[in-house]
Ligand binder design. Structure first.
Ligand code: NAP
Ligand code: G4F
Length: 346
């Protein structure tokens, strides 16, 4: 029987890559989409099928991690074999500004979803597997390299909420013997990365500067080091975790770390630009408590189910720059057409 999966956070970066992966494997994919006054499905438009078409395998449902009644209903109609909880207010800096909402969606939201699953399993007797999107931010100030044995030391409301979600997930595994796995994923990026995360902010600026649409790029701490991988590789690890014999907690990382400064070198360099001429420091992007150095050790995932990253740092940066250079050219072309339209209508 083809499997069915439910993805919370399907409209995000990871949700879009995971949907592609699961559809390619023959799954029926159900996704939870938040109601918004404007379209928020740009990342999954290419796989979207009209509800009037028969035989479609991607089905979307309105829902929100802050609304357990709705989550319960989605679970009842989707009847999933696997649940992927990727939904989150996922921006660390924003979590200092909206800590309560971050805790509600990330920590309590995970608890709501786990508890809906508990009732669903107990009422139906079905086997359902659950993936929790944990984060290397949970390690925070812990000394690198970090692995599954490293104690958490969260440094933001987002990270504290992810730690709570991690422990809720683990508790449901132990208390009810459910198949619940925590992925502890280090930063992963792509051309679909949200525009306010540092990598995409940089590559987008490179494209726009090249196209003459932007003059400066304002950033915060350039010394922070991150273990950056490609999101397309990381969603495979999520799926592999749920196919594994045993549930568990697994670090997913490349095992290499670079500073924001090194990312700037690589990204601007690839476009033939010197970032020192464009980048200025704006303290508004500093965090009240920073995470200085994340470097993951993914040995456990490699040994358990053979996962390893396929995309090296330089290739990732170049992929993102190339995509954003193209997007900026399209933006410039569209701006030119709009200006010409305004002029001809006068
Ligand atoms: P993302 O692009 O920010 O996507 C987050 C998704 O969650 C979006 O679909 C968003 O919907 C949805 N969402 C936000 N608030 C929600 C709510 N209250 N109820 C239901 N859905 C909600 O994040 P991502 O990079 O794909 O990351 C996926 C997950 O992995 C997140 O939980 C993130 O915290 C975690 N994570 C990410 C990384 C990383 O480096 N990317 C590393 C470790 C862990 P809208 O589209 O409507 O905003
Ligand atoms: O790109 P970032 O905002 O990612 P951050 O804080 O590491 O969080 C991301 O990765 C986590 C996994 O470790 C996820 F759980 C989380 O959901 C998110 O996807 O910032 C990276 C670094 C930070 O040290 C930050 O201070 O870049 C530094 N930075 C410097 N200037 C900046 C900027 N970050 C942002 N967003 N914007 C800047 O202008």
């Amino acid at each position: 029987m083809p499997k069915s999966a439910l993805i919370i956070g399907i409209t995000g970066q990871d949700g879009s890559y995971l949907s592609e992966l699961l559809l390619a494997k023959g799954y029926t994919v159900h996704g939870v989409v938040r109601r918004s006054s404007s379209f928020n499905t740009a990342r999954i438009n290419h796989i979207y099928a009209d509800p009037h078409e028969s035989g479609r395998r991607l089905l979307l449902h309105y829902g929100d991690l802050t609304d357990s009644t709705g989550l319960r209903r989605v679970l009842e109609v989707s009847v999933p074999d696997e649940i992927y909880n990727l939904g989150a207010q996922s921006h660390v800096k924003v979590s200092f500004e909206n800590p309560e909402y971050t805790a509600d969606s990330v920590a309590v939201g995970t608890l709501r979803l786990l508890d809906c699953m508990r009732d669903h399993i107990q009422h139906t007797g079905r086997n359902v597997r659950f993936y929790q999107a944990g984060s290397s931010e949970m390690f925070g100030a812990a000394k690198p390299p970090q692995n599954e044995e490293t104690p958490f030391y969260p440094r933001s409301p987002y990270a504290v909420s992810k730690v709570a979600a991690h422990w809720y997930a683990l508790n449901y595994r132990e208390a009810y013997n459910f198949f619940v796995s925590n992925g502890i994923l280090f930063n992963h990026e792509s051309p679909r990365r949200g525009e306010t995360f540092v990598t995409r902010k940089i590559t987008r600026a490179v494209g726009r500067i090249k196209a003459g649409l932007q003059k400066k790029l304002y950033l915060g701490n350039l010394d922070a080091r991150r273990d950056w991988g490609f999101a397309g590789d990381y969603v495979e690890a999520m799926w592999m975790m749920l196919q594994h014999d045993e549930p568990g907690d697994f670090v997913v990382a490349t095992g290499e770390a670079y500073s924001v400064r090194q990312f700037l070198d690589e990204a601007f360099g690839h476009a033939g630009l010197d970032w020192n001429q464009y980048v200025e420091i704006d303290p508004q992007y500093f965090r009240p408590t920073e995470v200085d150095y994340l470097l993951g050790d993914p040995s456990k995932a490699r040994k358990a189910f053979g996962w390893k990253p396929r995309t090296p740092f330089r290739e990732l940066v170049r992929m993102m720059v190339d995509s954003d250079v193209q997007l900026a050219l399209e933006e410039k072309y569209m701006a030119g057409r709009t200006a010409a339209g305004v002029a001809s209508s006068r």
